[in-house]
Design a protein around this ligand. Structure first.
Ligand SMILES: Nc1ncnc2c1ncn2[C@@H]1O[C@H](COP(=O)(O)OP(=O)(O)OP(=O)(O)O)[C@@H](O)[C@H]1O
Length: 583
Protein backbone atom coordinates (compact mmCIF):
# COMPACT_ATOMS: atom_id res chain seq x y z
CA UNK A 1 0.00 0.00 0.00
CA UNK A 2 3.04 2.25 0.40
CA UNK A 3 2.84 3.31 -3.24
CA UNK A 4 -0.66 4.67 -2.63
CA UNK A 5 0.79 6.67 0.28
CA UNK A 6 3.65 7.90 -1.89
CA UNK A 7 1.22 9.00 -4.56
CA UNK A 8 -1.13 10.60 -2.02
CA UNK A 9 -0.04 14.08 -3.24
CA UNK A 10 -1.38 13.21 -6.64
CA UNK A 11 -4.64 11.60 -5.54
CA UNK A 12 -5.23 14.64 -3.34
CA UNK A 13 -4.69 17.02 -6.20
CA UNK A 14 -6.97 14.93 -8.44
CA UNK A 15 -9.48 14.03 -5.73
CA UNK A 16 -12.47 15.22 -7.80
CA UNK A 17 -11.50 13.01 -10.72
CA UNK A 18 -11.03 9.98 -8.51
CA UNK A 19 -14.21 10.71 -6.53
CA UNK A 20 -16.25 10.53 -9.75
CA UNK A 21 -14.30 7.46 -10.79
CA UNK A 22 -15.24 5.62 -7.60
CA UNK A 23 -18.86 6.78 -7.82
CA UNK A 24 -18.93 5.43 -11.39
CA UNK A 25 -17.52 2.10 -10.21
CA UNK A 26 -20.04 1.87 -7.36
CA UNK A 27 -22.95 2.57 -9.70
CA UNK A 28 -21.64 0.02 -12.20
CA UNK A 29 -21.41 -2.59 -9.44
CA UNK A 30 -24.91 -1.86 -8.11
CA UNK A 31 -26.43 -1.87 -11.57
CA UNK A 32 -24.60 -5.14 -12.32
CA UNK A 33 -26.62 -6.89 -9.62
CA UNK A 34 -29.95 -6.18 -11.30
CA UNK A 35 -29.87 -8.25 -14.56
CA UNK A 36 -29.08 -11.63 -12.91
CA UNK A 37 -31.81 -10.96 -10.38
CA UNK A 38 -34.37 -10.21 -13.12
CA UNK A 39 -33.35 -13.30 -15.07
CA UNK A 40 -33.82 -15.35 -11.89
CA UNK A 41 -37.27 -13.89 -11.40
CA UNK A 42 -38.20 -14.68 -15.01
CA UNK A 43 -37.01 -18.25 -14.52
CA UNK A 44 -39.22 -18.53 -11.41
CA UNK A 45 -42.18 -17.12 -13.31
CA UNK A 46 -41.59 -19.62 -16.12
CA UNK A 47 -41.16 -22.41 -13.58
CA UNK A 48 -44.50 -21.54 -12.02
CA UNK A 49 -45.93 -20.94 -15.49
CA UNK A 50 -47.12 -17.49 -14.48
CA UNK A 51 -45.04 -15.48 -16.97
CA UNK A 52 -47.23 -13.08 -18.91
CA UNK A 53 -46.33 -10.91 -21.90
CA UNK A 54 -46.74 -7.79 -19.74
CA UNK A 55 -44.29 -9.07 -17.11
CA UNK A 56 -41.81 -10.05 -19.80
CA UNK A 57 -41.96 -6.62 -21.41
CA UNK A 58 -41.56 -4.97 -18.00
CA UNK A 59 -38.50 -7.14 -17.26
CA UNK A 60 -36.97 -6.35 -20.62
CA UNK A 61 -37.67 -2.65 -20.07
CA UNK A 62 -35.92 -2.67 -16.69
CA UNK A 63 -32.97 -4.57 -18.18
CA UNK A 64 -32.67 -2.05 -21.02
CA UNK A 65 -32.73 0.92 -18.66
CA UNK A 66 -30.20 -0.82 -16.42
CA UNK A 67 -27.93 -1.47 -19.40
CA UNK A 68 -28.11 2.19 -20.45
CA UNK A 69 -27.37 3.42 -16.94
CA UNK A 70 -24.51 0.92 -16.63
CA UNK A 71 -23.13 2.27 -19.90
CA UNK A 72 -23.14 5.81 -18.48
CA UNK A 73 -21.61 4.68 -15.18
CA UNK A 74 -18.87 2.76 -17.00
CA UNK A 75 -18.15 5.77 -19.17
CA UNK A 76 -17.86 7.88 -16.01
CA UNK A 77 -15.33 5.69 -14.23
CA UNK A 78 -13.33 4.90 -17.33
CA UNK A 79 -12.82 8.54 -18.31
CA UNK A 80 -12.15 9.56 -14.71
CA UNK A 81 -9.73 6.81 -13.74
CA UNK A 82 -7.86 6.35 -17.03
CA UNK A 83 -7.81 10.13 -17.49
CA UNK A 84 -6.38 10.57 -13.99
CA UNK A 85 -3.69 7.98 -14.70
CA UNK A 86 -2.74 9.62 -17.98
CA UNK A 87 -2.40 12.95 -16.17
CA UNK A 88 -0.07 11.42 -13.62
CA UNK A 89 2.11 9.96 -16.34
CA UNK A 90 2.23 13.33 -18.07
CA UNK A 91 3.15 15.13 -14.83
CA UNK A 92 5.94 12.68 -14.02
CA UNK A 93 7.17 12.54 -17.60
CA UNK A 94 7.45 16.33 -17.75
CA UNK A 95 9.22 16.45 -14.40
CA UNK A 96 11.69 13.80 -15.45
CA UNK A 97 12.35 15.39 -18.84
CA UNK A 98 12.84 18.81 -17.28
CA UNK A 99 15.17 17.22 -14.74
CA UNK A 100 17.20 15.48 -17.48
CA UNK A 101 17.55 18.84 -19.21
CA UNK A 102 18.97 20.38 -16.03
CA UNK A 103 21.49 17.66 -15.32
CA UNK A 104 25.20 18.06 -15.83
CA UNK A 105 27.73 16.04 -17.80
CA UNK A 106 28.71 14.02 -14.73
CA UNK A 107 25.13 12.72 -14.48
CA UNK A 108 25.19 11.56 -18.09
CA UNK A 109 28.55 9.97 -17.47
CA UNK A 110 27.07 8.00 -14.53
CA UNK A 111 23.94 6.78 -16.30
CA UNK A 112 23.73 5.10 -19.66
CA UNK A 113 21.26 6.59 -22.11
CA UNK A 114 19.48 3.24 -22.45
CA UNK A 115 18.86 3.11 -18.69
CA UNK A 116 17.54 6.66 -18.61
CA UNK A 117 15.23 5.84 -21.50
CA UNK A 118 14.02 2.74 -19.65
CA UNK A 119 13.19 4.86 -16.58
CA UNK A 120 11.36 7.36 -18.76
CA UNK A 121 9.28 4.65 -20.42
CA UNK A 122 8.90 1.40 -18.42
CA UNK A 123 9.09 2.91 -14.96
CA UNK A 124 6.70 5.73 -15.68
CA UNK A 125 4.25 3.29 -17.26
CA UNK A 126 4.43 1.11 -14.14
CA UNK A 127 3.61 4.13 -11.94
CA UNK A 128 0.82 5.12 -14.30
CA UNK A 129 -0.61 1.62 -13.93
CA UNK A 130 -0.94 2.20 -10.18
CA UNK A 131 -3.00 5.32 -10.71
CA UNK A 132 -5.14 3.60 -13.37
CA UNK A 133 -5.26 -0.18 -13.15
CA UNK A 134 -4.19 -0.17 -9.50
CA UNK A 135 -6.99 2.11 -8.35
CA UNK A 136 -9.41 0.16 -10.49
CA UNK A 137 -8.24 -3.18 -9.05
CA UNK A 138 -8.41 -1.80 -5.53
CA UNK A 139 -11.84 -0.25 -5.87
CA UNK A 140 -13.18 -3.06 -8.01
CA UNK A 141 -12.14 -5.83 -5.67
CA UNK A 142 -13.79 -4.07 -2.75
CA UNK A 143 -16.79 -2.48 -4.47
CA UNK A 144 -17.79 -5.07 -7.09
CA UNK A 145 -16.63 -7.99 -4.95
CA UNK A 146 -18.37 -6.61 -1.87
CA UNK A 147 -21.69 -5.70 -3.49
CA UNK A 148 -21.92 -9.02 -5.35
CA UNK A 149 -21.18 -11.01 -2.18
CA UNK A 150 -23.80 -9.06 -0.21
CA UNK A 151 -26.33 -9.55 -3.01
CA UNK A 152 -25.61 -13.30 -3.03
CA UNK A 153 -26.14 -13.56 0.71
CA UNK A 154 -29.25 -11.42 0.91
CA UNK A 155 -30.97 -12.40 -2.28
CA UNK A 156 -30.07 -16.10 -2.32
CA UNK A 157 -28.53 -17.89 0.61
CA UNK A 158 -25.54 -17.22 2.85
CA UNK A 159 -24.55 -20.87 3.31
CA UNK A 160 -24.48 -21.45 -0.42
CA UNK A 161 -22.48 -18.24 -0.80
CA UNK A 162 -19.77 -19.33 1.62
CA UNK A 163 -19.39 -22.74 -0.01
CA UNK A 164 -19.42 -21.41 -3.56
CA UNK A 165 -16.86 -18.67 -2.98
CA UNK A 166 -14.49 -20.89 -0.99
CA UNK A 167 -12.33 -21.85 -4.01
CA UNK A 168 -12.31 -18.32 -5.46
CA UNK A 169 -9.53 -16.79 -3.30
CA UNK A 170 -7.29 -19.34 -5.02
CA UNK A 171 -7.67 -17.15 -8.15
CA UNK A 172 -6.19 -14.23 -6.22
CA UNK A 173 -3.30 -16.42 -5.03
CA UNK A 174 -2.62 -17.85 -8.49
CA UNK A 175 -2.89 -14.38 -10.09
CA UNK A 176 -0.44 -13.07 -7.52
CA UNK A 177 2.23 -15.75 -7.69
CA UNK A 178 2.01 -17.14 -11.20
CA UNK A 179 1.32 -13.56 -12.36
CA UNK A 180 4.62 -12.42 -10.84
CA UNK A 181 6.47 -15.31 -12.45
CA UNK A 182 4.91 -14.51 -15.82
CA UNK A 183 5.83 -10.86 -15.44
CA UNK A 184 9.45 -11.69 -14.62
CA UNK A 185 9.57 -14.15 -17.50
CA UNK A 186 8.13 -11.56 -19.88
CA UNK A 187 10.75 -9.07 -18.70
CA UNK A 188 13.50 -11.61 -19.38
CA UNK A 189 12.04 -12.43 -22.74
CA UNK A 190 11.99 -8.74 -23.65
CA UNK A 191 15.55 -8.30 -22.43
CA UNK A 192 16.64 -11.32 -24.50
CA UNK A 193 14.91 -9.87 -27.52
CA UNK A 194 16.59 -6.52 -27.06
CA UNK A 195 20.00 -8.24 -26.62
CA UNK A 196 19.35 -10.05 -29.88
CA UNK A 197 18.41 -6.78 -31.54
CA UNK A 198 21.53 -5.06 -30.24
CA UNK A 199 23.66 -7.95 -31.44
CA UNK A 200 22.10 -7.80 -34.92
CA UNK A 201 22.53 -4.04 -35.06
CA UNK A 202 26.14 -4.21 -33.90
CA UNK A 203 26.99 -6.92 -36.41
CA UNK A 204 25.37 -5.06 -39.29
CA UNK A 205 27.04 -1.79 -38.32
CA UNK A 206 30.38 -3.51 -37.81
CA UNK A 207 30.10 -5.77 -40.84
CA UNK A 208 33.16 -4.25 -42.54
CA UNK A 209 35.33 -4.76 -39.47
CA UNK A 210 33.99 -8.29 -39.01
CA UNK A 211 34.76 -9.17 -42.61
CA UNK A 212 38.19 -7.56 -42.73
CA UNK A 213 39.18 -9.38 -39.54
CA UNK A 214 37.71 -12.66 -40.86
CA UNK A 215 35.35 -13.04 -37.90
CA UNK A 216 32.15 -14.00 -39.78
CA UNK A 217 32.07 -17.57 -38.44
CA UNK A 218 32.67 -16.46 -34.86
CA UNK A 219 30.02 -13.77 -35.19
CA UNK A 220 27.52 -16.24 -36.64
CA UNK A 221 28.15 -18.58 -33.73
CA UNK A 222 27.60 -15.72 -31.27
CA UNK A 223 24.36 -14.82 -32.96
CA UNK A 224 23.20 -18.45 -33.01
CA UNK A 225 23.94 -18.66 -29.26
CA UNK A 226 21.82 -15.59 -28.59
CA UNK A 227 18.97 -16.92 -30.74
CA UNK A 228 18.99 -20.19 -28.75
CA UNK A 229 18.95 -18.27 -25.48
CA UNK A 230 16.02 -16.18 -26.62
CA UNK A 231 14.06 -19.24 -27.74
CA UNK A 232 14.69 -20.98 -24.40
CA UNK A 233 13.45 -17.98 -22.43
CA UNK A 234 10.40 -17.59 -24.66
CA UNK A 235 9.53 -21.28 -24.28
CA UNK A 236 9.54 -20.91 -20.50
CA UNK A 237 7.35 -17.81 -20.73
CA UNK A 238 4.87 -19.66 -22.93
CA UNK A 239 4.89 -22.60 -20.51
CA UNK A 240 3.93 -20.34 -17.58
CA UNK A 241 1.31 -18.61 -19.68
CA UNK A 242 -0.14 -21.94 -20.75
CA UNK A 243 -0.32 -23.03 -17.10
CA UNK A 244 -2.12 -19.89 -15.95
CA UNK A 245 -5.39 -19.91 -17.90
CA UNK A 246 -6.33 -23.59 -17.41
CA UNK A 247 -5.59 -23.25 -13.68
CA UNK A 248 -8.05 -20.38 -13.39
CA UNK A 249 -10.67 -22.36 -15.36
CA UNK A 250 -10.27 -25.29 -12.94
CA UNK A 251 -10.77 -23.02 -9.91
CA UNK A 252 -13.86 -21.41 -11.38
CA UNK A 253 -15.10 -24.89 -12.30
CA UNK A 254 -14.72 -25.97 -8.64
CA UNK A 255 -16.88 -23.04 -7.61
CA UNK A 256 -19.57 -23.97 -10.10
CA UNK A 257 -19.51 -27.61 -9.04
CA UNK A 258 -20.02 -26.57 -5.39
CA UNK A 259 -22.86 -24.28 -6.46
CA UNK A 260 -24.62 -26.92 -8.53
CA UNK A 261 -24.25 -29.67 -5.90
CA UNK A 262 -25.41 -27.67 -2.87
CA UNK A 263 -27.63 -25.26 -4.84
CA UNK A 264 -29.34 -28.18 -6.57
CA UNK A 265 -30.09 -29.78 -3.22
CA UNK A 266 -31.41 -26.47 -1.88
CA UNK A 267 -33.69 -26.16 -4.91
CA UNK A 268 -35.08 -29.68 -4.56
CA UNK A 269 -35.59 -29.23 -0.83
CA UNK A 270 -37.26 -25.85 -1.44
CA UNK A 271 -34.72 -23.69 0.47
CA UNK A 272 -34.19 -21.55 -2.66
CA UNK A 273 -36.07 -21.31 -5.93
CA UNK A 274 -34.71 -22.34 -9.34
CA UNK A 275 -34.62 -18.68 -10.33
CA UNK A 276 -32.48 -17.85 -7.29
CA UNK A 277 -30.02 -20.58 -8.30
CA UNK A 278 -29.78 -19.09 -11.81
CA UNK A 279 -29.18 -15.61 -10.28
CA UNK A 280 -26.58 -17.11 -7.98
CA UNK A 281 -24.65 -18.77 -10.81
CA UNK A 282 -24.47 -15.44 -12.63
CA UNK A 283 -23.15 -13.77 -9.45
CA UNK A 284 -20.43 -16.41 -9.08
CA UNK A 285 -19.25 -15.45 -12.57
CA UNK A 286 -19.23 -11.80 -11.53
CA UNK A 287 -16.84 -12.55 -8.66
CA UNK A 288 -14.07 -13.90 -10.88
CA UNK A 289 -12.76 -10.51 -12.01
CA UNK A 290 -12.62 -8.96 -8.49
CA UNK A 291 -10.61 -12.00 -7.37
CA UNK A 292 -8.20 -11.48 -10.24
CA UNK A 293 -8.08 -7.84 -9.29
CA UNK A 294 -6.96 -8.62 -5.72
CA UNK A 295 -4.16 -10.84 -7.00
CA UNK A 296 -3.04 -8.35 -9.61
CA UNK A 297 -3.30 -5.42 -7.23
CA UNK A 298 -0.28 -6.64 -5.23
CA UNK A 299 1.78 -7.02 -8.41
CA UNK A 300 0.74 -3.62 -9.72
CA UNK A 301 1.63 -1.99 -6.42
CA UNK A 302 4.95 -3.79 -6.07
CA UNK A 303 6.08 -2.86 -9.56
CA UNK A 304 4.73 0.66 -9.26
CA UNK A 305 6.49 1.10 -5.95
CA UNK A 306 9.87 -0.05 -7.24
CA UNK A 307 9.49 2.10 -10.36
CA UNK A 308 8.39 5.16 -8.40
CA UNK A 309 11.43 4.81 -6.13
CA UNK A 310 13.75 4.56 -9.13
CA UNK A 311 12.20 7.62 -10.80
CA UNK A 312 12.29 9.54 -7.53
CA UNK A 313 15.91 8.63 -7.01
CA UNK A 314 16.74 10.13 -10.39
CA UNK A 315 14.63 13.20 -9.66
CA UNK A 316 16.63 13.77 -6.48
CA UNK A 317 19.99 13.59 -8.21
CA UNK A 318 21.43 17.07 -7.97
CA UNK A 319 23.26 18.73 -10.79
CA UNK A 320 26.63 20.04 -9.68
CA UNK A 321 25.98 23.02 -11.95
CA UNK A 322 23.97 25.12 -9.57
CA UNK A 323 22.05 28.07 -10.92
CA UNK A 324 22.23 31.14 -8.76
CA UNK A 325 18.68 32.30 -8.22
CA UNK A 326 19.83 35.92 -8.38
CA UNK A 327 22.35 35.23 -11.19
CA UNK A 328 23.19 37.83 -13.81
CA UNK A 329 20.58 37.68 -16.55
CA UNK A 330 22.27 39.94 -19.10
CA UNK A 331 24.09 38.06 -21.86
CA UNK A 332 27.75 37.47 -21.02
CA UNK A 333 30.18 39.64 -23.00
CA UNK A 334 33.69 40.97 -22.64
CA UNK A 335 37.17 39.70 -21.97
CA UNK A 336 37.55 36.11 -20.82
CA UNK A 337 39.96 35.71 -17.91
CA UNK A 338 40.69 32.04 -17.43
CA UNK A 339 42.67 31.21 -14.31
CA UNK A 340 42.28 27.60 -13.23
CA UNK A 341 44.76 26.32 -10.65
CA UNK A 342 43.51 22.75 -10.68
CA UNK A 343 40.65 20.73 -12.10
CA UNK A 344 39.91 17.04 -11.87
CA UNK A 345 36.88 15.17 -13.20
CA UNK A 346 34.37 14.03 -10.58
CA UNK A 347 35.40 10.73 -8.94
CA UNK A 348 38.96 11.18 -10.23
CA UNK A 349 41.92 12.17 -8.11
CA UNK A 350 44.40 13.15 -10.79
CA UNK A 351 44.13 16.81 -11.87
CA UNK A 352 43.54 17.09 -15.64
CA UNK A 353 44.31 20.81 -15.71
CA UNK A 354 46.93 22.60 -13.63
CA UNK A 355 47.73 26.31 -13.63
CA UNK A 356 46.07 27.13 -16.90
CA UNK A 357 45.66 30.86 -17.33
CA UNK A 358 44.97 33.13 -20.26
CA UNK A 359 43.26 36.39 -20.99
CA UNK A 360 41.21 36.67 -24.16
CA UNK A 361 39.95 40.17 -25.02
CA UNK A 362 36.75 40.55 -27.05
CA UNK A 363 37.38 40.12 -30.74
CA UNK A 364 40.51 38.01 -30.30
CA UNK A 365 41.12 34.44 -31.35
CA UNK A 366 42.71 31.85 -29.07
CA UNK A 367 44.22 28.64 -30.42
CA UNK A 368 44.65 25.59 -28.19
CA UNK A 369 46.82 22.75 -29.45
CA UNK A 370 48.58 19.74 -28.00
CA UNK A 371 48.72 15.96 -28.08
CA UNK A 372 45.73 13.66 -27.64
CA UNK A 373 44.53 13.87 -24.03
CA UNK A 374 46.59 16.98 -23.27
CA UNK A 375 43.58 18.86 -21.85
CA UNK A 376 42.32 20.95 -24.77
CA UNK A 377 38.71 19.80 -24.47
CA UNK A 378 38.86 20.02 -20.68
CA UNK A 379 39.50 23.78 -20.92
CA UNK A 380 36.50 24.04 -23.23
CA UNK A 381 34.28 21.96 -20.94
CA UNK A 382 34.97 24.39 -18.10
CA UNK A 383 34.21 27.33 -20.39
CA UNK A 384 30.93 25.64 -21.29
CA UNK A 385 30.11 25.20 -17.60
CA UNK A 386 29.81 21.46 -17.97
CA UNK A 387 31.72 21.31 -14.69
CA UNK A 388 31.61 24.05 -12.07
CA UNK A 389 33.94 22.44 -9.56
CA UNK A 390 37.53 23.61 -9.97
CA UNK A 391 40.11 25.63 -8.09
CA UNK A 392 40.43 29.10 -9.54
CA UNK A 393 38.13 31.39 -11.45
CA UNK A 394 36.93 31.89 -14.98
CA UNK A 395 35.60 35.35 -15.66
CA UNK A 396 33.81 36.92 -18.56
CA UNK A 397 33.27 40.65 -18.69
CA UNK A 398 34.69 40.84 -15.15
CA UNK A 399 32.09 38.46 -13.65
CA UNK A 400 32.73 34.91 -12.53
CA UNK A 401 30.97 32.77 -15.16
CA UNK A 402 29.23 30.93 -12.30
CA UNK A 403 27.55 34.21 -11.35
CA UNK A 404 25.57 34.31 -14.59
CA UNK A 405 22.34 32.38 -14.98
CA UNK A 406 23.10 29.37 -17.16
CA UNK A 407 20.75 30.64 -19.81
CA UNK A 408 22.37 34.08 -20.05
CA UNK A 409 25.84 32.59 -20.11
CA UNK A 410 25.32 29.65 -22.49
CA UNK A 411 23.45 31.83 -24.98
CA UNK A 412 26.64 33.84 -25.45
CA UNK A 413 28.51 30.78 -26.64
CA UNK A 414 28.38 28.89 -29.92
CA UNK A 415 30.01 25.50 -29.53
CA UNK A 416 30.95 23.01 -32.21
CA UNK A 417 32.52 19.70 -31.10
CA UNK A 418 34.38 17.29 -33.36
CA UNK A 419 31.30 15.08 -33.73
CA UNK A 420 28.18 17.15 -33.68
CA UNK A 421 24.77 15.64 -33.22
CA UNK A 422 22.65 16.36 -36.25
CA UNK A 423 18.89 15.85 -36.31
CA UNK A 424 17.04 13.79 -38.89
CA UNK A 425 15.64 16.94 -40.46
CA UNK A 426 16.36 19.13 -43.47
CA UNK A 427 19.64 21.03 -43.88
CA UNK A 428 17.66 24.18 -43.19
CA UNK A 429 16.01 22.68 -40.10
CA UNK A 430 19.42 21.74 -38.72
CA UNK A 431 21.00 25.12 -39.35
CA UNK A 432 18.00 27.03 -37.99
CA UNK A 433 17.68 24.75 -34.95
CA UNK A 434 18.27 27.55 -32.43
CA UNK A 435 15.77 29.81 -34.14
CA UNK A 436 13.24 28.29 -36.54
CA UNK A 437 12.14 31.79 -37.65
CA UNK A 438 15.46 32.66 -39.30
CA UNK A 439 15.26 34.12 -42.78
CA UNK A 440 16.58 32.10 -45.72
CA UNK A 441 19.20 34.79 -46.21
CA UNK A 442 20.57 34.31 -42.67
CA UNK A 443 20.72 30.56 -43.20
CA UNK A 444 22.51 30.93 -46.52
CA UNK A 445 24.98 33.42 -45.00
CA UNK A 446 25.83 30.98 -42.25
CA UNK A 447 26.27 28.16 -44.76
CA UNK A 448 28.51 30.43 -46.84
CA UNK A 449 30.77 31.28 -43.88
CA UNK A 450 31.01 27.57 -43.06
CA UNK A 451 31.92 26.93 -46.75
CA UNK A 452 28.94 24.61 -47.06
CA UNK A 453 26.82 26.66 -49.47
CA UNK A 454 28.06 25.22 -52.78
CA UNK A 455 27.44 21.64 -51.68
CA UNK A 456 23.97 22.42 -50.40
CA UNK A 457 22.99 23.94 -53.72
CA UNK A 458 24.09 20.69 -55.40
CA UNK A 459 21.89 18.58 -53.10
CA UNK A 460 18.62 17.20 -54.54
CA UNK A 461 16.35 19.64 -52.68
CA UNK A 462 18.89 22.31 -51.70
CA UNK A 463 18.31 23.55 -48.17
CA UNK A 464 15.18 21.40 -47.90
CA UNK A 465 17.18 18.18 -48.40
CA UNK A 466 16.56 15.75 -45.58
CA UNK A 467 19.66 14.43 -43.86
CA UNK A 468 20.19 11.60 -41.41
CA UNK A 469 18.51 8.23 -41.29
CA UNK A 470 15.84 8.90 -43.86
CA UNK A 471 17.75 11.34 -46.08
CA UNK A 472 21.16 11.74 -47.63
CA UNK A 473 24.10 10.89 -45.43
CA UNK A 474 26.78 13.51 -45.06
CA UNK A 475 30.54 13.01 -44.97
CA UNK A 476 32.43 13.85 -41.78
CA UNK A 477 33.58 17.19 -43.20
CA UNK A 478 30.07 18.11 -44.36
CA UNK A 479 28.68 17.33 -40.91
CA UNK A 480 31.30 19.55 -39.32
CA UNK A 481 30.53 22.44 -41.64
CA UNK A 482 26.80 22.07 -41.12
CA UNK A 483 27.41 22.18 -37.36
CA UNK A 484 29.54 25.32 -37.74
CA UNK A 485 26.74 26.98 -39.73
CA UNK A 486 24.29 26.00 -36.99
CA UNK A 487 26.48 27.66 -34.36
CA UNK A 488 26.99 30.77 -36.49
CA UNK A 489 23.33 31.66 -36.90
CA UNK A 490 23.08 32.71 -33.28
CA UNK A 491 26.01 35.08 -33.86
CA UNK A 492 27.56 34.11 -30.54
CA UNK A 493 29.84 36.38 -28.52
CA UNK A 494 32.25 33.47 -28.27
CA UNK A 495 32.54 30.75 -30.89
CA UNK A 496 34.28 27.59 -29.76
CA UNK A 497 35.47 25.07 -32.33
CA UNK A 498 36.72 21.95 -30.58
CA UNK A 499 38.56 20.05 -33.28
CA UNK A 500 35.59 20.95 -35.47
CA UNK A 501 37.66 21.27 -38.64
CA UNK A 502 39.44 17.93 -38.32
CA UNK A 503 37.55 16.26 -41.19
CA UNK A 504 37.72 19.24 -43.54
CA UNK A 505 40.48 19.43 -46.17
CA UNK A 506 43.20 22.06 -45.82
CA UNK A 507 41.87 24.26 -48.62
CA UNK A 508 38.32 24.36 -47.25
CA UNK A 509 39.72 24.93 -43.76
CA UNK A 510 41.58 28.01 -44.98
CA UNK A 511 38.41 29.25 -46.68
CA UNK A 512 36.34 28.79 -43.50
CA UNK A 513 38.94 30.51 -41.33
CA UNK A 514 39.12 33.44 -43.71
CA UNK A 515 35.34 33.85 -43.85
CA UNK A 516 35.09 33.48 -40.09
CA UNK A 517 37.64 36.26 -39.70
CA UNK A 518 35.45 38.60 -41.76
CA UNK A 519 32.05 37.44 -40.49
CA UNK A 520 33.09 37.48 -36.84
CA UNK A 521 35.15 40.64 -36.72
CA UNK A 522 34.89 42.05 -33.19
CA UNK A 523 33.73 38.67 -31.73
CA UNK A 524 35.78 36.17 -29.80
CA UNK A 525 36.78 32.77 -31.21
CA UNK A 526 38.46 29.79 -29.57
CA UNK A 527 39.84 27.03 -31.76
CA UNK A 528 41.15 23.76 -30.32
CA UNK A 529 42.83 21.66 -32.97
CA UNK A 530 45.28 18.94 -33.82
CA UNK A 531 46.06 20.50 -37.17
CA UNK A 532 48.15 23.57 -36.44
CA UNK A 533 47.10 25.31 -39.67
CA UNK A 534 43.75 25.93 -37.89
CA UNK A 535 45.38 28.27 -35.38
CA UNK A 536 48.21 30.03 -37.24
CA UNK A 537 46.30 33.31 -37.35
CA UNK A 538 45.23 33.23 -33.70
CA UNK A 539 46.20 36.15 -31.44
CA UNK A 540 47.53 33.67 -28.91
CA UNK A 541 48.17 29.95 -29.11
CA UNK A 542 48.45 27.70 -26.06
CA UNK A 543 50.34 24.44 -26.37
CA UNK A 544 48.99 21.98 -23.78
CA UNK A 545 51.02 19.14 -22.36
CA UNK A 546 49.59 16.86 -19.66
CA UNK A 547 47.08 19.48 -18.51
CA UNK A 548 49.42 22.46 -18.32
CA UNK A 549 50.58 25.12 -20.76
CA UNK A 550 54.01 24.14 -22.05
CA UNK A 551 54.38 26.79 -24.74
CA UNK A 552 52.44 29.95 -25.58
CA UNK A 553 52.56 32.88 -28.01
CA UNK A 554 51.62 33.77 -31.55
CA UNK A 555 52.49 31.47 -34.42
CA UNK A 556 55.64 33.46 -35.18
CA UNK A 557 56.71 33.47 -31.53
CA UNK A 558 56.13 29.74 -31.17
CA UNK A 559 58.06 29.00 -34.35
CA UNK A 560 60.91 31.05 -32.92
CA UNK A 561 60.80 29.06 -29.66
CA UNK A 562 61.80 26.00 -31.63
CA UNK A 563 59.86 23.58 -29.42
CA UNK A 564 57.02 21.06 -29.84
CA UNK A 565 54.94 23.54 -31.83
CA UNK A 566 57.63 24.16 -34.45
CA UNK A 567 58.44 20.47 -34.78
CA UNK A 568 54.78 19.62 -35.18
CA UNK A 569 54.11 22.44 -37.61
CA UNK A 570 57.02 21.47 -39.87
CA UNK A 571 55.97 17.84 -39.75
CA UNK A 572 52.34 18.65 -40.67
CA UNK A 573 53.39 20.98 -43.47
CA UNK A 574 55.49 18.20 -44.90
CA UNK A 575 52.74 15.57 -44.74
CA UNK A 576 50.20 18.05 -46.14
CA UNK A 577 52.39 18.69 -49.15
CA UNK A 578 52.66 14.91 -49.68
CA UNK A 579 49.14 13.77 -48.70
CA UNK A 580 46.43 16.42 -48.72
CA UNK A 581 43.16 16.66 -46.79
CA UNK A 582 40.66 14.00 -45.84
CA UNK A 583 37.21 15.43 -46.56
N1 LIG B 1 34.57 13.16 -18.63
C1 LIG B 1 35.77 12.73 -18.27
N2 LIG B 1 35.93 12.01 -17.15
C2 LIG B 1 37.15 11.58 -16.78
N3 LIG B 1 38.28 11.84 -17.45
C3 LIG B 1 38.18 12.56 -18.57
C4 LIG B 1 36.93 13.04 -19.05
N4 LIG B 1 37.14 13.72 -20.19
C5 LIG B 1 38.47 13.68 -20.42
N5 LIG B 1 39.09 12.99 -19.46
C6 LIG B 1 40.54 12.78 -19.36
O1 LIG B 1 41.17 14.05 -19.22
C7 LIG B 1 42.36 14.12 -19.99
C8 LIG B 1 42.30 15.32 -20.91
O2 LIG B 1 41.30 15.09 -21.86
P1 LIG B 1 40.85 16.17 -22.94
O3 LIG B 1 39.65 15.62 -23.62
O4 LIG B 1 40.77 17.49 -22.31
O5 LIG B 1 42.09 16.12 -23.93
P2 LIG B 1 42.23 16.71 -25.38
O6 LIG B 1 43.53 17.40 -25.41
O7 LIG B 1 41.05 17.49 -25.75
O8 LIG B 1 42.29 15.37 -26.22
P3 LIG B 1 41.80 15.11 -27.72
O9 LIG B 1 42.82 15.74 -28.57
O10 LIG B 1 41.80 13.64 -27.85
O11 LIG B 1 40.44 15.73 -27.84
C9 LIG B 1 42.47 12.80 -20.74
O12 LIG B 1 43.38 11.99 -20.03
C10 LIG B 1 41.09 12.21 -20.67
O13 LIG B 1 41.15 10.79 -20.61
Amino acid sequence: MSIFRKLAWYFKAERRTYFWGVIGLLLTALLGIIPPRIIGMLVDLMDKRTLTAGKLVLALGVMTVTALLAYAARFLWRTAIWGGAANLERTLRERLYWHFMQMDTAFYQRYRTGDLMAHATNDLSAVQRVAGGGILQFADSIITGGTTLIAMMIMVNWRLTILAVLPLPLIAIVARYVGTKIHVAFGESQAAFSRLNNKAQESIEGIKVIKTLGQEKQDEADFEGQVQDTIKINRYTNFLDAMFDPLITVIIGLSYVATIVLGGRYVTSGVISLGQLVTFIAYVGMLVWPMFAIGQLFNTMERGNASYDRVNFLLHEKSSIVEKTDGIKQPATGTINFDVKAFNYPDEKQPRLTNVDFSLPTGHTLGIVGRVGAGKSSIIKLLLRQFDDYQGTIKMGGHDIRDYTLDAYIRSIGYVPQDSFLFSASVKGNIAFANPDLSDQDIENAAYTAAFDTEVSNMPDGYQTEIGEEGVSLSGGQKQRLAIARALVIDPEVLILDDALSAVDAKTEAQILERLGINRAGKTTIIAAHRLSSVVNADEILVMTDGHISERGTHAELMAQNGWYKRMYDQQQLSDSIGGGND
